[in-house]
Design a protein around this ligand. Sequence first.
Ligand SMILES: [Zn+2]
Length: 316
Amino acid sequence: MIDRRSFLALPALLSLAAAPIGKAFAAPAASASPGIALFMIGDIRVTALASGYIDIGLDLFPRTPRAEGEAALAESPQQRPLRGHVNAFLVESAGRTILVDAGASATVFPTAGRFPGSLQAVGVAAADVDLVVSTHLHVDHIGGLTDANGRAVFDRAALVIAEAERQHWLAAETLDRTRTEARPFVHAARNALAAYAERLVAVSGDREIAPGVRIVPTYGHTPGHSALHLSSGDRQALIWGDIIHAPALQFARPDWTIAFDADQDAAVATRARMLDRSASDRLLVFGAHLPFPGAGYVVRRGQAYRFEAAHHEFGN
Ligand SMILES: [Zn+2]
């Protein structure tokens, strides 16, 4: 029988008893939690790498009437806050290891700095990476490319980027036209280019960079924004970078741009073209800002589209 004294002592006893178990099963801090998920496109292996998330708001969507945006978000139980995930991808094809984007840096985005831990969780060392493909040089895609001293993390890898992207960030007028508070982002892009200057491969147009792996122009979000098309056997996939920032808004309304689309009309045209192609060819798409693991299919719905998350692959 439990008397009053032992009843009062019960919480303390329970916490004592629980302590060793609690320690043994202590979950890692959420901030340190990596995220990886594997997909096979024929013989090509794609590993999604979580870098975290950045919460955004409807005010970043200049062509979205507030009430319509609110109504679209209200349809989903998961859209408050409006959360953009940040994903990078590792592609392994015919013995080549290719990193596509490198997440955000924790110093710039404290919620989105998990990229190094996720890459480590795959068991791939920086020296194992042959090529780094940058879809574009926005700061949420290049955080893991350089260390605290500005040196290249992937010290053996070539950096593959569209020539138009390289020219844009290096142009004097790009810095001149950028308002003062956003200039650190231009410098970050330039620093990434400088760190890989000796191993920079700037490409124009559609080009194969490894067996079954092509870099394809998807200009609009930035002047040299690029995607990666993967093809092996009868399967195809597209790592499309920043085609969609807010799934709850933009699959249904591809004309709703985000403020970061450098050329708003070109971004709309490219988004429309990529959504049409992805739906028609039933491509497995990987998005830098789709909910982790950022993989799924574009399905037509009326005049527009919806997103269907890819089922998890168990690798057997
Ligand atoms: Zn982005």
